[in-house]
Design a binder for this molecule. Structure first.
Ligand SMILES: NC(=O)c1ccc[n+]([C@@H]2O[C@H](COP(=O)([O-])OP(=O)(O)OC[C@H]3O[C@@H](n4cnc5c(N)ncnc54)[C@H](O)[C@@H]3O)[C@@H](O)[C@H]2O)c1
Length: 336
């Protein structure tokens, strides 16, 4: 990021991070505390996160609770956060196919409730974590540019991530709430604990570090725009400040894509895993061979510039796995 974004604006602010115990939220909360925010409130029900992963700082208050719980929301918004980063979500595609109603509750009713409280208390900025994998479809042009969304989607999660944008836009249109829709692309990095419904990179590190072959669902030539979590955090912080971002949807990606097979080989090389790759059938909903963001709009409005290369990001992730292995091994939940 350029000098323009030194994020001093967060000093003395009270900031709410819903889902702040998760991968993106824990990194964002830690950075906000380091920037000198007066108070960072983390609201998280720990449904897919762990207390050991929550950053510890005198300025961070962790409230264990559900975004669907009115009493909890009242308690949180009583502290009058100026900024809300709404990251709590039912995550992600396979989980939503298995549990579509719960997905709609959390990602639909949940965001509506948080927006209502934010509106009643007059927040200065509401940043919502939408999804590039969610809102763009097979009928969108590559690289994905912001206007080119699809309404032909493949999972309930994709539907409800888009629904979240429709709600934030509605609050912007009717109440002039200063919202920003951040469309993340395949986030990875320290802070994501592996598990049945988690992303491929933490799961590959887990299997690799337990000496298992890495299961590729497809032929491995599929590509993803993996984006380091620290870059996502910088993009989010800029969205909380820049006036021009208000009312906009903006991609946060790396602007580069990598093949799944290359990623798997890199993970096995970093961990010294000799078990190689195991090919499995592609998942029915997994229709996209390639995901690639255009980050021109983020560069233009936010001065966003991804600063961590894919290889560096994988090394940081591996280091985090090694440093936290006992907790990760105990927490990782898989069916097999
Ligand atoms: N990680 C990615 O690749 C990616 C890509 C696109 C969009 N996103 C979006 O970004 C956000 C953050 O992603 P992440 O990777 O940090 O996910 P995550 O699952 O690690 O974090 C979400 C957090 O929300 C919490 N949560 C879930 N339901 C809740 C509820 N009802 N009440 C309170 N807390 C609840 C979970 O415990 C978890 O800590 C999510 O909204 C996700 O949909 C992520």
């Amino acid at each position: 990021m350029s000098e323009k974004n030194n994020f001093n604006e967060y000093q003395e602010k009270t900031v709410l991070v819903t889902g702040g115990a998760g991968c993106v939220g824990s990194n964002l909360s830690e950075k906000l505390a380091n920037l000198g925010a007066k108070k960072v409130i983390i609201l998280d029900n720990l449904s897919s996160a762990y207390e050991w992963n929550i950053p510890k700082d005198d300025n961070i208050e962790f409230i264990k609770g559900d975004i669907l719980d009115e009493a909890i929301l009242k308690r949180v918004f009583k502290q009058r956060p100026s900024h809300v980063f709404h990251l709590a979500a039912h995550f992600a595609n396979q989980n939503s196919v298995d549990n579509p109603e719960h997905d709609l509750m959390v990602n639909g009713i949940g965001i509506l409730k948080v927006l209502q409280h934010a509106q009643l208390t007059g927040v200065e900025r509401f940043v919502y974590s939408s999804s590039g994998c969610g809102v763009y479809g097979l009928d969108s042009k590559m690289p994905f540019e912001e206007p080119d969304i699809s309404i032909s989607l493949h999972t309930p999660y994709q539907v409800t991530k888009l629904l979240g944008e429709l709600y934030t836009n509605y609050f912007n249109n009717l109440y002039k709430m200063p919202i920003v829709n951040a469309r993340f692309f395949n986030v990875f990095g320290p802070g994501e604990v592996p598990g049945k419904y988690r992303n491929v990179i933490p799961n590959f590190f887990y299997w690799s570090m337990t000496n298992q072959a890495l299961p590729i669902t497809g032929d491995g030539s599929e590509t993803r725009d993996w984006t380091f979590v620290g870059d996502i955090v910088n993009g989010l912080l800029a969205m909380g400040i820049e006036e021009e971002a208000i009312g906009e949807a903006i991609n946060l990606g790396s602007g580069k894509d990598h093949q799944v097979i290359d990623m798997a080989n890199k993970v096995n090389a970093l961990t010294g895993n000799k078990e190689g790759i195991a090919y499995r059938a592609r998942r029915d909903w997994d229709a996209k061979n390639k995901l690639l963001s255009s980050i021109d709009k983020a560069k233009d409005i936010l001065d966003y510039e991804p600063s961590v290369s894919f290889d560096e990001g994988l090394k940081y992730t591996h280091n985090w796995f090694a440093d936290n292995w006992d907790n990760i091994e105990e927490s990782a939940e898989f069916d097999y």
